[in-house]
Write a protein that binds this ligand. Structure first.
Ligand code: SAM
Length: 426
């Protein structure tokens, strides 16, 4: 059914949203707030955009010819400044839902195009070759023949990667590859649906040599097995705040070096101004040390991380620094309130699901400062609500857009504890 409607907002998936007369939302992919559009209603909740009758001033021509097919980008038709505004609003609403009315956005940051240095791509064998790319929304893999998001050094690998993947016996139908662009070069974690054969190893070694790839690790697709080294031609290394780490295959890495710098700057700016030699920062979800070594320039750091290989890499790099790293599953065995209470500040950078059981211990420990790095506004609402209930104030929030043209947004939130109640004196 053809309808004419006014778009009032962007939904969480980046689709234009109209309020229908019955109050229910109708989602129109490709439409923007402020636009009047003609759309074909598919069902109660969604419609297909037919034409834009009154365009938004924020509408731009998408920079990529694959936009609309490839599921990697959702909002290339929105200008970058407007996208950052929208992401900032998303964070502000998340904090408002947690009870922090009118949060102060102290800084905003957006990574430039072609800066993405970490990517997870699907691999599909097809009758005419191999496709490597991202899934279409609710669809198959779209071969990444162009990409304004990826760092050029990563994009340049794809033609040769297609060729070698096509030749692998281990790739029956499906696989995927996670690529981190480290200081030592691209680091690949390949997963395939068949076992890696000796001839595959030889082909991967040849590919690695030609492409200057120090390491290719492999594991069976669909498993979380410890990856095995399929090809290694040199050492793998990466520096965090001047400290060299050897990250394990598939290690977590902030998606852009510019975004990483913005997160570090916001976290450091949120620390208490006076930190003494004996002060300690408790850092939770430390990964391989992205924040740890920067924090260690200000105080001692007790860094906790759940992934055994990440924490081993972090530990190997700590000698001569003020970082002490420990492996800990913070869901099963959170750092207890007693230890939290002794920290001058707690810095946490939890995974997508948020800090779970750890949050209650933070709230009970009442550290003077909590600096929360969020990659999921919904989890942020849940975790920040606990801090609000305990009387924390929100000093400020930095909004970071390092997943350009996607709907993802990150934020660094700085919370301060309520002043301790005065003791009565007689
Ligand atoms: C968003 S990453 C942040 C890593 C690091 N701060 C950085 O910026 O590179 C989240 C980290 O939490 C770790 N993690 C996930 N679940 C965990 C758990 N239950 N206990 C401890 N660490 C966990 C992951 O291994 C990952 O390193």
């Amino acid at each position: 059914m053809n309808i004419e409607i006014d778009i009032s907002a962007l939904g969480a998936d980046g689709d234009g949203m109209a309020r229908m007369p019955d109050g229910e939302p109708l989602f129109v992919p490709g439409a923007l707030p402020g636009e009047r559009v003609q759309a074909d209603r598919i069902d109660a909740r969604s419609a297909h955009l037919l034409s834009v009758l009154r365009p938004s001033p924020d509408r731009v021509d998408p920079p990529c010819t694959l936009f609309g097919q490839c599921g990697g980008c959702a909002i290339q038709h929105l200008s970058l400044p407007a996208a950052l505004d929208w992401k900032a609003e998303t964070v502000v609403h998340a904090l408002a839902r947690a009870g922090f009315a009118d949060p102060r956005v102290t800084a905003r940051f957006q990574s430039p195009p072609a800066s993405r240095r970490r990517v997870d791509l699907a691999i599909r064998r097809r009758p005419d070759g191999v496709a490597i790319g991202l899934h279409a929304r609710r669809g198959d893999v779209v071969d990444l023949t162009t990409c304004p998001v990826l760092a050029p050094a990563l994009f340049a690998l794809l033609p040769a990667l297609r060729d070698v993947a096509r030749s692998l016996g281990a790739l029956r139908q499906n696989g995927d590859v996670l690529i981190n662009l480290l200081d030592s070069g691209p680091d690949l974690l390949l997963a395939t649906d068949g076992p890696l054969e000796p001839s595959d190893r030889a082909k991967l070694a040849e590919f690695a040599r030609h492409q200057h790839i120090p390491r290719i690790a492999w594991r069976q697709a669909g498993t979380t097995d410890i990856p095995e080294t399929a090809a290694q031609s040199g050492p793998v290394h990466h520096a965090f705040s001047g400290v060299t780490v050897a990250p394990p295959p598939g290690a977590f890495l902030q998606p852009s070096s510019e975004g990483e710098a913005a997160i570090i700057a916001a976290v450091l700016a949120g620390l208490p101004r006076k930190l003494g030699r004996r002060d300690a920062i408790v850092e939770l979800y430390a990964g391989c040390g992205t924040l740890s070594f920067a924090l260690a320039e200000k105080a001692r750091v007790l860094a906790f991380e759940g992934h055994p290989d990440a924490v081993a890499a972090l530990r190997r790099a700590t000698s001569g620094t003020r970082v002490v790293a420990e492996q800990r599953d913070l869901n099963r065995q959170p750092i207890m309130a007693r230890q939290i209470a002794e920290a001058a500040a707690v810095v946490l950078d939890p995974p997508y699901m948020g800090a779970g059981a750890q949050m209650a211990q933070i709230v009970d420990g009442k550290p003077a400062r909590v600096i929360y790095v969020s990659c999921n506004p919904q989890a942020l609402t849940r975790d920040a609500a606990g801090l609000k209930a305990a009387g924390y104030q929100l000093d400020g929030v930095t909004v970071i857009d390092q997943f350009l043209w996607s709907t993802e947004v990150e934020a660094v939130c700085v919370f301060s504890a309520p002043p301790a109640p005065r003791r009565r004196t007689r």
